[in-house]
Design a protein around this ligand. Sequence first.
Ligand code: SAM
Length: 342
Amino acid sequence: MRLTTVRSRRRTHRCDTNRIAETDEQMDTDRPDPTESFQHQPVMLDEVIEALSDVPAGLILDATLGGAGHAAALLEALPDCTLVGLDRDIDAIAAAGRRLSVFGDRAVLHHSDFGDLSLALDRVGTRQISAFLFDLGVSSPQLDRLDRGFSYRDAGPLDMRMDQTRSRTASEVVNGYSESVLADLLYRNSDERYARRIAEAIVAARPVTDTAELADLVRSAIPAPARRTGGHPAKRTFQAIRIEVNSELEQLAVGLDAAIRHLRPGGRGVVISYHSGEDRLVKVRFDSAVTGGCKCPPQLPCGCGARPEAVALRRRALRPGAAEVERNPRAASARLRILERA
Ligand SMILES: C[S@@+](CC[C@H](N)C(=O)[O-])C[C@H]1O[C@@H](n2cnc3c(N)ncnc32)[C@H](O)[C@@H]1O
């Protein structure tokens, strides 16, 4: 298996997973290797395999490798295909590298944002793909490891970076953004009803030092009756800040358009999203590929000359079955959309 990185010049060499971990200056060599126990259950795995089972032979793009659960199953199910896998998290790349090593040269991994996926494809020498998968959101290790700062359940640093080599952290957002910008992003990224009250509480308490303090502030800013419904009161605020720290929606818009453009005729794309903001964006992008941008009234023949690029294989998003949600509660909010290149 080959491993390269797109973003960082200091890691453009081909190397094995251990070397990536060793050479990155963000890695603390004294702590236990966090990639050893990278556990993530792939969501809607059967549905993903079924959706991509008869794509033309060629290259599959896994834009969000994580622990490579989907990638390994795809390589097994599609022996005529090779795979290029991306992740912006160096721990995920190292863990995926170990897991996919049994597939030898059939898998090439890049430490890269999927916003740069065209660059990653250039590096494997093709711009045509037979299938793509975006399994959005965070991996279980990102959520579970307190030092990553994604969790509202215990005290951790205000970090939330998926890519440990980037400089913007949650602390910069929480302690640096103006109250109105903070309120807007809480509302925009998570539909948080109490965005203004939460932003006011955060600004009044600055400097906020860790995730536990942030979660307490959010809880106290939300009226008591509203706290009793809809899960943990800090869930939406943490999600909104994480989306901002990692520019998630901007990345998704750019990456998805590029992936659709690179699909070969008959190729298919699957996106699994986990909150309404993501799913709205995926739906808009898929609709635009399906209509080719045509806005003519549906009851009249198209007069604008738009050319559809793709067909949506289902009108509605697929949801995970009850058995899967019981087995893996983190799958509960998943919505899967499929598109086929015309
Ligand atoms: C839900 S996990 C994927 C799990 C994976 N499908 C599996 O089977 O283990 C999402 C992964 O996408 C990565 N990710 C999120 N946004 C990304 C982006 N813009 N570019 C590259 N990777 C991204 C995260 O770091 C995380 O590892």
